[in-house]
Design a protein around this ligand. Structure first.
Ligand SMILES: Cc1cc2nc3c(=O)[nH]c(=O)nc-3n(C[C@H](O)[C@H](O)[C@H](O)COP(=O)(O)OP(=O)(O)OC[C@H]3O[C@@H](n4cnc5c(N)ncnc54)[C@H](O)[C@@H]3O)c2cc1C
Length: 427
């Protein structure tokens, strides 16, 4: 066991992702920052490494490597590019609903394609009138013979523009039990992707709009049963969204520390490195301290998920601590850089912008605090990590050593989506 619950195979995976990120992702950052649009080819290249299937069982072509391994993958990508960390987290989040609620047929059809990188999944819950208030959604799905007909508009959908398979939650009847989830293939008639809206940060990643206008979906694409939509949304958000976004924040936070420490030693003031100033050293010490605490909270929470242990509180706390401390550290880094930090030839202003994007999804910090408050009062409503523990627990390694393969078996299931692509309607 290394520090922070990782073993040798976790660390080998970390090295592999880090090398990939330095080689393939870092050279593309300037282009992504300038274009401010979704980077299709890099998203696909990353998916082809097999990392979207980190928690997909090996029986379905996935890595079967567990949640801590998933965190390391996202963290190492986000250390170089918050956008590509966000792209991977959103795709893994999209896989969760099939892992948790898919029928055997749906799992066999989609999980191998997700694991091989042929299929990038999404989850589309948010609407203009319903962010944190999921039950406020008004988009509808109406049964019509062997199909459901979907109408509505989803916003802020992670990977909206690169997604191949959208997991869409719509209203099938009134009330909390009136939401249902559907798998909708990109390119389905009646589904339109909105234009790309430039955002403050995460350039290269898209979280845009999907419009459903009499979009017909076979009833076989219903996830779980009618009425399971709220559970699909919440379980994905709690068990994948929170730890995944935690990992993006953690990667950005590490980059903030690395870059600021380098800056302090290279920049000279009063004939000495800037780091010789006591207040600068204290600020750097604060960043280091926050990062140690944030990493511990992040890895501990997903380690518990891997064990199948109850950990909703730890997952919430990890997101809260990571988002807030990464923002505080990015602010300190800007202070230390002073005027230098304002220019785009240095990455520190990008870290600050990217860190802000992790605040809202899977619950703002106030929402995490509200849930933690309910826990303290004994009024919390059940735990997803307990309810789905059999589905989230890490599978034993093939050699029985609890190991982590470095990637999914290459090409084993590469043909699935190609076969399906032929079935996919165009237009
Ligand atoms: C980078 C990014 C990626 C995203 N990816 C996805 C995705 O893949 N799929 C998807 O469906 N959505 C996605 N979202 C949307 C995200 O889930 C919403 O932003 C989130 O649910 C919050 O909704 P909102 O932004 O509309 O804020 P609101 O919910 O409108 O919140 C506004 C304010 O009210 C507060 N508030 C909200 N509810 C409460 C409450 N109950 N009690 C007290 N205060 C409250 C909030 O803290 C906030 O300050 C993404 C967003 C971002 C920024």
């Amino acid at each position: 066991m290394h520090r922070y619950f990782t073993d040798q195979r976790h660390e080998a995976l970390r090295r592999r992702v880090r090398e990939f990120a330095e080689r393939e992702v870092r050279p593309r950052i300037a282009e992504m920052e300038a274009a401010r649009t979704v980077c299709h080819d890099l998203s696909r290249l990353i998916a082809r490494q097999g990392w979207i299937g980190a928690t997909v069982h090996r029986a379905y072509g996935g890595m079967g490597a567990g949640h801590l391994a998933k965190t390391l993958i996202i963290e190492e990508l986000a250390r170089v590019s918050g956008a590509m960390g966000a792209m991977v987290q959103a795709s893994q989040l999209g896989a969760a609903k099939i892992i948790h609620f898919g029928t055997e047929e749906q799992k066999k059809t989609w999980l191998p394609a997700i694991a091989s990188g042929d299929c990038l999944p999404t989850i589309a819950v948010t609407e203009p009138q319903s962010g944190g208030h999921v039950l406020g959604m008004t988009g509808t799905a109406v049964r019509d013979g062997g199909d459901y007909v979907l109408n509505g508009r989803k916003i802020y959908v992670g990977n909206s523009h690169v997604g191949d398979l959208h997991g869409v939650v719509m209203r099938t009847s009134e009330g909390p039990a009136g939401l249902s989830a559907f798998l909708v293939e990109a390119g389905s008639p009646g589904l339109r992707v909105g234009g790309q809206r430039p955002a403050m940060g995460l350039h290269g990643f898209g979280f845009g709009e999907l419009f459903f206008d009499d979009c017909r979906v076979p009833a076989a694409n219903l996830l779980g049963r009618e009425g399971d939509g709220l559970s699909v949304a919440y379980s994905s958000s709690v068990l994948y969204g929170r730890p995944n976004l935690t990992a993006v924040s953690l990667g950005i936070h590490q980059a903030v520390l690395d870059e600021t420490a380098r800056f302090c030693t290279e920049r000279e003031r009063y004939g000495k490195p800037l780091s010789a100033l006591g207040n600068i050293k204290i600020k750097l010490g604060r960043i280091q301290s926050r990062l140690l605490t944030a990493r511990l909270a992040a890895y501990h929470a997903v380690h518990l998920l891997d064990q199948g242990a109850p950990c909703d509180a730890e997952l919430m706390n990890a997101k809260l601590v990571n988002v807030e401390t990464a923002l505080e550290s990015a602010r300190d880094a800007m202070d230390i850089h002073a005027a230098c930090g304002l220019f785009t030839d240095r990455p520190v202003e990008r870290y600050l912008r990217d860190a802000h994007h992790i605040f809202a999804p899977a619950g703002t910090s106030d929402v995490q605090l509200l849930r933690l408050g309910e826990l303290a009062l004994g009024t919390a409503k059940g735990e997803w990590s307990s309810r789905l523990s059999d589905l989230v627990r890490k599978e034993p390694a093939e050699d029985g050593a609890g190991g982590v393969p470095e990637s999914a078996p290459a090409g084993r299931h590469g043909s699935v989506l190609r076969e399906r692509a032929e079935l996919r309607p165009t237009g």
